[in-house]
Each structure stands twice: as structure tokens, then as C-alpha cells.
Design a protein around this ligand. Sequence first.
Ligand SMILES: Cc1ncc(COP(=O)(O)O)c(C=O)c1O
Length: 439
Amino acid sequence: MSGGGANAAAAAEVGGGGGKEGRAGGELRNAQRTFDLIRRHFSPRLALTGSFAGRGAVEVGAEGCRVTLSDGRSVLDFGSYAVPLLGHRHPAVVAGVRRALDTLPTATRSLANPVTARAAATLVEYFESALPKVYFGLNGADAVEVAVKLARLASGRGRILAVRGGFHGKSTGALALTHSPLFRAGLRGSVIDVAHADPEDTGAVERAAVSGELAAVVFEPVQGENGVVPLPVAVLRRWCADARRYGAFVIADEIQCGLRRCGERSLALAEGLPVDAVLVGKPLGGGVVPLSAVVCSEELYAPLEADPFLHSATFGGHPLACAALPPALAAIEQLAAHGEVLSGALSEGLTRLRGRHADAVREVRGRGLLWGLDYATPHLAGEVVLGLADAGLLVSPCLSRPTTVRLLPSLACGPPEVAEALAALEHATATAAARCAER
Ligand SMILES: Cc1ncc(COP(=O)(O)O)c(C=O)c1O
């Protein structure tokens, strides 16, 4: 795998000057220094996982679907936790952000900002729905926090119903909705009254709402962090109807699966589910800047309309981030048909792979450009991830489901990159299965 011109230059810069030998030595020292700093200032475990993923090298540049490493290699990015849907450094997004950088990169927050206002209007138009209100955050958890706060305020009720296996972020309020106990270890209690419904339990919302205490039901149409699990649409439809009947809000968390990651702008809206809010994040900033949003109904937003300072943050709606939104959404739409072609090739290839390795690969789940390969054991999945790192394919493991290897290709890929990823998966699966069988 080769690096692009600008990225090769970046790798050389990290490596320092001098001849080939000097560069290689400099590059190694530089990578080691990065791992030392991460060990010292963040965590030894973080240094270790980074070192495994890069096989001792660190990331120094990226373009399109490839990330350049400090040792000069480049890896195919099927990971990055769903952020670079457009690939890295999409030119239109970079140009939009650069324009903001050169004019007014930060907001006074006292004066009105046209970049932020235009981003909100663009996002509302994009969904072509009856959801006219917007709150901008910096990451997914921000959007979850605000949506839940609004639901509690607007309904005057306290209880939230989330879903087993759901992931909504790790900040204190969002964490209350996240199901896995893994992220709550050592923490007692919860700041919000949350129950978790079984995703097959059709009557869960009705039972939770009948007492009149349910503020909202919150779900991911496709659970990403839980190993790529699409929720049954018939159940979601009934949940929405019951929530409406008992005066509770419906919030679709599409931070991972929305914005065409799974083919649709919004999965909930495409299914005609009567939701009060769609939450988006990850690729909303075009893979260049951090940005998330709550897009919601007048009714849910009412407390913020009455008092816009009820919930605000210094960097919320930051012009540098909002400048990325219009070009990002335009580019996602331009590439939507291409995404369907990639999705078809990937789906077919993964199904064939499962057929060839039925003992090792238990299940293939996914939609669009979000796929999970579920391996027979966590150990096998771990071996596969290491094999893929050797082959130069970056993937995103699922922390709360260690048997699943998650694949998040970008729209910057073409059929050759899908073929390359499938070949790497084939080899890594065969090798890991043989190695595990020997033990
Ligand atoms: C569905 C969903 N909601 C919320 C979040 C939290 O987003 P962030 O990590 O940006 O806070 C994530 C992150 O993976 C997610 O997948």
C-alpha cells in the first residue's frame, strides 16, 4: 500500500532529515516518543493498543481512504469509529473550514453568526422532515445529553427508556442510557432514571409509559457499538406509537448509523417512524472537525426556545465546525449512489467469507457501510484484528462486544479497496482460525 505525496512528505517530516537510515531511525525514535508520552500522560494501555494497531508506528497523515504511518506505510481505513464517512480531508470540506479559519474561526457568542445559522438551516432541509429545530454540540454524548434534558423538561416527567445493548456515550447523563456495565464500573447510581428495554419486547414502551412517568424512549435503529445490531423495525414502530399515545417523546440516536452510513439520511425518518428528534454526529463535520446535533420538533425544543441559555456551551455551534456541515452533507449526497454499490460488494463478499469460514465467523450483520463480523470467540476476533493490522487494514473493534470486528469503510473507497479489504479479512480469518485450532 502506498502513501500520497503530501502524506509521504508528512511521514518524512516526522522521520526527520538525513539519509534513508537516518530517517528510519528518526521515525522510530519519534514513534517511541509518542508512545512514551501517551503512556505517561494518558495510559499505558492506550499506548499498547495504539502500538498494536500501527505495529509500532504512529499516524502522521491521511487522504481519502488511507492513513499514512510514521514508518512510511499507509493503511486502508475501515475504522476510525465512523467519523470519516467521506474519507479523510475531503477537499470541499477542507476548503469550507479553511474559509472560516481565514475569516472568523471563533464566535463572539454575543453577535449573531451567519455560518452557524446557515448550518442549522442546511441540516433541517437535509432531513426534509417536520423537525425544524437544531442544537449543535461537539460530540455525540452532547447531543444525547441535550435531547434527554429537553425531553424531561418539555414533558415534566423523569423516566427514560433506553434499549439493552444500546450505546449513547460516556458523559454522566449519556452513560445512564448506555447499557453496558463495562463503562459504569465503580460508579454507583445514575443521574437519570433510566430503564433498558429488551429490543424484542414489543410491549416495553406501553408498560413503561402507562403510569404517565415516561419522558422519552431512546434507541439506535442500528446499534453500532453493540456489534452492529439492527433493531426490528416492527418493534420500533409499535414503541413509537405507544410513546405517542402516552405522551412520551421518541428520540432516534443516529450518531453512528445516520447520514447515509446505513444508506439513509435517517433510518427512522426513512421508515416513517414518528420521531421527535434525530441525533447526528461523527461524519457531520465532514471527517474534519468535531460536530454533533439534535434535530427536533418544536414541542421537544420548547424549553430552549423559551430560554436559549437554558443549555449552552462555549464552543457549541462553533463556526469552524459549522462551516464543514454544508459541504459535508452535499458531498455525502453526491456519493450516496456510490455508497450503495460499495455496500452491495461488501455485503456479498462478507457473506461468501462467512460461508468459507462458518466455524470461525458466526454471523455477518450490517447495512450500508456499517458491518460487523461476529467471530466464535473474543480471542479469535482479537487475532483477526492483529492480522488485519499486519495486512494494513484498520478496523474498529467493539468494546462492549469483543467477538465483533466492525467495518466502517468510507465513501472515498472504490471497488478495488473493498476487494483489498475482503482479501485481508480472508487471510486474517484463515490464519487466526488455523492458529486457534492448533491450540
Ligand atoms: C449511537 C451513538 N451514540 C452516541 C455516541 C457517543 O458519541 P461521542 O463518542 O461522540 O460522544 C456514539 C459513539 O460511538 C454512538 O455510536
